[in-house]
Ligand binder design. Structure first.
Ligand code: KG4
Ligand code: ZN
Length: 335
């Protein structure tokens, strides 16, 4: 079964053709990073306009690269939630137009579900059930993936997402957008023990996260040093910030895996590209004798191949949308 997938939830316009949820026949990503860099973050209005400019060419290239025509396809999958509403609407409306003109069924795909599905492409042997730590710019969840389309949220952030915390901390350190990636790069030479930051416990759930206090602590460290005329080592500060985020993510995931009896663990989302998180998760899973699955680095960030992977499982489950499908800025993964 061959699916054309379209993704436009944030600042990447992407299209891909995926066979049977695991085999990528083509994948095209047009990144808007250069447009947003001057503003230090994604500007939603610019993102929507750039998606509108790019989507037609990106989809055409994905089709051309696959060597297929629309009559060879079985469905069109599209990210419909969660994300920037104006950005999502571009992909959704384009997919609706294609569905109408080709007669192909339209499959709505949840963005975080697709991040998890990136693992099916990297590890073709992977099957649910497993535990997944989903960490992106907007979300930090510990999710039980009971089946391909059946999810239970075990833990979540009460405030900032892990990626948001790293992006804002990076910005305070004077690093360019995308902050998380640049923080990762610069922190490799830093001392992760140079600064002691709090590891907040969250009332009511031992699996939930809170990252806003860490972000504030990083900003305060920089301000205090400036006031005293002391120079802060950005690699040390960055490494300490990443170490604290990683501690929280890894510790809660281990607790959740032990409590709910999972020995198959996955990472997903943009932050799963973080080198320290990948290293620490690998160490812990080796110690515990657990199997760890991580998306290939090229599949951690937003892309459409992962939408085609999840779209396949949504489609065979009968999840087909009518042509009045809407986009949604927020949507729980377990709905
Ligand atoms: O999944 P994603 O591409 O977009 C959303 O769905 O949000 O995730 C983007 C997030 C950003 O916060 C970005 O800074 C972070 O992923 N990120 C990283 C790394 N690469 C991307 N964070 C830490 N280390 C990285 N190497
Ligand atoms: Zn994403």
């Amino acid at each position: 079964m061959k699916i054309l997938a379209i993704e436009s939830s944030c600042d990447e316009t992407a299209a891909a053709v995926v066979e049977d949820g695991r085999k990528v026949l083509s994948s095209v990503i047009a990144s808007q990073v250069k447009e947003h860099i001057v503003y230090g973050g994604v500007v939603p209005e610019i993102a929507s306009r750039m998606h509108a400019q790019a989507v037609s060419g990106v989809v055409k290239k994905a089709m051309d690269d696959s060597g297929l025509s629309y009559t060879d396809l079985d469905a069109i999958a599209v990210t419909y939630a969660p994300g920037l509403i104006g950005a999502l609407l571009v992909g959704v409306n384009f997919a609706k137009g294609l569905s109408y003109s080709t007669g192909l069924p339209l499959v709505p795909v949840h963005h975080l579900r697709s991040h998890i599905a990136a693992n099916y492409i990297t590890s073709p042997e992977l099957e649910p059930p497993f535990l997944c730590l989903v960490v992106s710019g907007g979300h930090s969840h510990i999710v039980a993936v009971n089946d391909y389309t059946d999810f239970t949220i075990i833990g979540r952030t009460r405030d900032d997402a892990a990626g948001e915390c790293m992006d804002k901390s990076a910005r305070a350190m004077g690093l360019d957008y995308p902050g998380g990636l640049n923080l990762d790069r610069i922190s490799k030479s830093g001392d992760p023990k140079a600064f002691k930051f709090p590891h907040p416990k969250v009332d009511g759930s031992e699996y939930d996260f809170s990252f806003s206090g860490l972000k504030t602590a990083v900003v305060n460290t920089i301000h205090n040093a400036k006031q005293k005329g002391i120079e802060v080592s950005i690699p040390d500060l960055g490494a300490s910030c990443i170490e604290t985020v990683t501690d929280c993510l890894v510790n809660n995931s281990v607790k959740a895996a032990e409590s709910f009896g999972f020995s198959k663990i996955c990472l997903a989302g943009g932050v799963s590209a973080n080198s320290r998180l990948r290293e620490r998760m690998t160490e812990v899973c080796n110690e515990k004798g657990w199997q760890l699955y991580m998306p290939h680095l090229s599949l951690c960030g937003d892309n459409a191949a992962m939408v085609g992977a999840q779209g396949y499982y949504e489609f065979i489950k009968g999840n087909v949308a009518p042509l009045d499908l809407n986009a949604y800025a927020t949507m729980p993964i377990d709905k």
